[in-house]
Design a protein around this ligand. Structure first.
Ligand code: DC
Length: 224
């Protein structure tokens, strides 16, 4: 599939670094479409678990990835008309998503779905390899990170809201494991692109991060 020629903002970063919120708010700011690529990996894991497919069965996982029936609407992830993002976004699917995302064949099967989402007037795509692999042509690239303990406590607040019963320690341990897996994939490993703006948000508010990102995007010619 050809790479679309529209303005693209690509954001990569560690789990719970806040990239989802920032990407969504950037999309609103510039009036662009929003791609949450992690949701696709979560959805593959969700469907695999729901249908009893083992997380190492490459053939069946690829089959699921190629046949996802999903619509993204704003922040919603609609499957059969229901928004399943509140379930998908919990750590329950974070770890299995990290496992299936380590399988190169699954990654390649999802590429086409992602490229199809790059439509006018523009796209904000967030994930782990948006800058470095899927949308290398992006005009503005951003890499977000924060101290693992801070990310774990941010995630803990979300998990409490979803009543998953996970402790802060469990979340912290799972986060470290996911970082390790995300950074050591054969294809699509997480690392900052050479030409990305790198932000450590440990001691920054979301608004401060957003402001820096908007300025950076404008400097790269987006929305000006
Ligand atoms: O961003 P997230 O936590 O929702 O992503 C869920 C998992 O999917 C994460 O552990 C890594 C994987 N992922 C990936 O490998 N590549 C992406 N572009 C996005 C997510």
């Amino acid at each position: 599939m050809e790479r679309p020629e529209i303005p693209i903002i690509a954001i990569d970063g560690t789990s719970s670094s806040g990239k989802g919120t920032i990407a969504y708010r950037l999309a609103q700011h510039f009036g662009f479409n929003y791609l949450n690529s992690g949701a696709l990996y979560r959805l593959v894991a969700y469907e695999a678990l729901a249908s009893g497919v083992e997380l190492d069965n490459v053939e069946l996982l690829v089959n699921i990835a190629k046949n996802l029936e999903v619509t993204f609407e704003d922040k919603k992830v609609l499957v059969n008309g229901d928004d399943i993002w509140p379930i998908l976004s919990t750590q329950t699917y974070g770890s299995p998503a990290s496992i299936v995302s380590s399988i190169t064949e699954v990654r390649l099967a999802l590429d086409e779905t992602m490229l199809r989402m790059a439509k006018a007037p523009g796209l904000v795509a967030e994930g782990r390899d948006m800058c470095t692999r899927v949308f290398t042509q992006a005009q503005a690239k951003i890499y977000l990170d924060a101290d693992p303990a801070i990310r774990a406590s941010r995630r803990f607040v979300e998990e409490e809201k979803a009543h998953t019963g996970k402790t802060l320690e469990q979340i912290y341990e799972e986060l470290l494991l996911r970082d390790e897996r995300d950074k050591n994939k054969e294809v699509g490993a997480l690392y900052p692109a050479d030409d990305a703006l790198v932000i450590d948000s440990s001691s920054m508010s979301r608004d401060e991060v957003l402001e820096q990102c908007i300025t950076w995007c404008e400097q790269q010619g987006i929305g000006v």
